[in-house]
Design a binder for this molecule. Structure first.
Ligand code: ADP
Ligand code: MG
Length: 210
């Protein structure tokens, strides 16, 4: 079971992790983009943190939808609408829920990633955040059929996410700003694939710690 308090703790921890990784994500984006991904994520989640006290007692669907709207309204660029859609859709997938079983957790993440794809039209191998999520969701789905331990399954998913993030290095970008570089985008890790890994890793760390 994942509780509402754990979801709120995840979002709080994400504000810390994204602040800590602001320079790192921005450096990655300076190689193949416009050097703002860390700034964007940090700004968005600082706004989320401001909102949290007023929504922390709502149901999980409501909390996630508010996070999505906050990101859409406070973050420009590609990542604001994409992560905004992720959280809005994930919130809709668990509407009115006060806690999540493993099936809910998978549904939440799957709906969020479907939202990213519908919004951004990325395909596997385009060197985007979707390249982290696609194999990661497969791992999570398989892991949850063999173990009902959420943390064990999430650990497997995080391992896949870390590898998938690194596997964006040799790819040529086909979406977003990085695609303007053509072959020069090869050899760099995708910033959005990296922030997506950090999101999942922070979820795992939050559940382990609570
Ligand atoms: N169409 C898309 N679908 C999925 N992810 C995308 C798409 N376009 C860009 N991205 C992701 O967004 C990240 C860049 O985010 P950010 O730097 O915040 O926005 P911008 O590119 O507008 O400056 C990329 O590293 C990539 O992972
Ligand atoms: Mg950028």
């Amino acid at each position: 079971m994942v509780t509402r308090d754990q979801i709120v703790a995840w979002l709080e921890n994400l504000t810390v992790v994204l602040a800590e990784n602001k320079d790192y994500l921005t450096q990655l984006d300076s190689a193949i983009g416009d050097a703002d991904h860390g700034i964007n994520m940090d700004r968005g989640f600082k706004k989320v943190k401001e909102k949290l006290p007023s929504i922390a007692d709502k149901d999980i669907g409501n909390i996630l939808k508010t996070v999505g709207m906050t990101l859409i309204s406070s973050v420009g660029g590609a990542s604001g609408p994409l992560y905004g859609t992720f959280f809005m859709r994930s919130g809709m997938a668990v509407a009115a829920k006060e806690e999540l079983n493993n099936e809910d957790l998978l549904k939440l993440l799957q709906a969020g990633v479907d939202g990213i794809v519908q919004r951004g039209r990325a395909q596997l191998g385009d060197k985007t955040m979707f390249d982290t999520w696609s194999p990661t969701l497969e791992t999570l789905s398989t892991a949850l059929t063999t173990s009902d331990d959420t943390i064990v399954a999430l650990q497997a998913a995080v391992n896949t996410a870390e590898q998938a993030m690194k596997d964006t290095i040799p790819l040529q970008a086909k979406k977003g700003r990085a695609s303007y570089l053509g072959e020069r985008s090869i050899g760099h890790q995708d910033p959005g694939a990296t922030s997506s890994y950090l999101m999942l890793k922070t979820l795992l760390d939050t559940l382990v710690a609570s």
